[in-house]
Design a protein around this ligand. Sequence first.
Ligand code: SAM
Length: 278
Amino acid sequence: MPGTLFVVATPIGNLEDITLRALRILKEVDLIAAEDTRHTRKLLSHYKISTPLVSYHDHNKEIRAPELISKLQKKINIALVTDAGTPSISDPGFFLVCRAIEADIPIVPIPGVCAAITALSVSGLPSDKFLFVGFLPRKKNKRIEVLQGLKGETKTIIFYESPRRLLATLSELTDIVGDRKGALARELTKHYEEIIRGRLSQIVETVSNRESIKGECTLLIEGKREEEDTSQPLFVEQLHRLQNDPNISLKDAVKIVVEEQGLPRNRVYREALKIWRG
Ligand code: SAM
């Protein structure tokens, strides 16, 4: 019999979010394959586990996966962990699991935290049916294509997003799917944990009022409803009202809305252009 590949879920922040079984497996296996060995070493030293570590990440997975499979074939038991949560979910774990399946290696899941499910559980959005999208493509045209494809989706949609791209994604989403309800779950289980719930325009407003937004982010939006809410974001309504005033130019209107609603100037300007051009 070959060794077993244990796919072990680890915390997404709080080190206490790990199961007793996961700790036992991490202690008992011969080797732990970790996405970032420094990161995993903190978890291991917290629990006084001294199992040897080997790095396995996106940039070495093509070389490292066959090496790990060959060890498994020599009866070595290996635990796979990634930086956060459940390996394979939007991380390099998937690649090794597929190679292990091809090689007929026994695979045992050791379940635990997953950021998407943790965020969904407190989002207040329908959780009976949901679609996990993970990371959106980085290239704008590809991203827009994916978002367009999600426009008619009726299930709650879950995205992983980097804080750097968050505002751009929120504004693209609002443009494409409208001002739906959403939730932004940031730094879950950590010291600065925060869940911002509301319409997408309200989340944009909250986020843009910050100097910067940092940390790990999971973004959720409700699916399309039968009676789709066609109401416009508040700032768009305000722009329409200002356009009806003959004494107010496009430039003045943008200035007023940016000052009053604290929204990014680019976004307001883009919307104002559409309205002024009719
Ligand atoms: N395998 C992981 C899981 O089970 O959730 C996800 C790995 S993926 C590379 C990392 C992404 O998960 C982050 O960019 C972020 O979108 C999300 N994430 C991870 N930790 C989080 C946290 N503490 N709060 C909110 N989102 C988190």
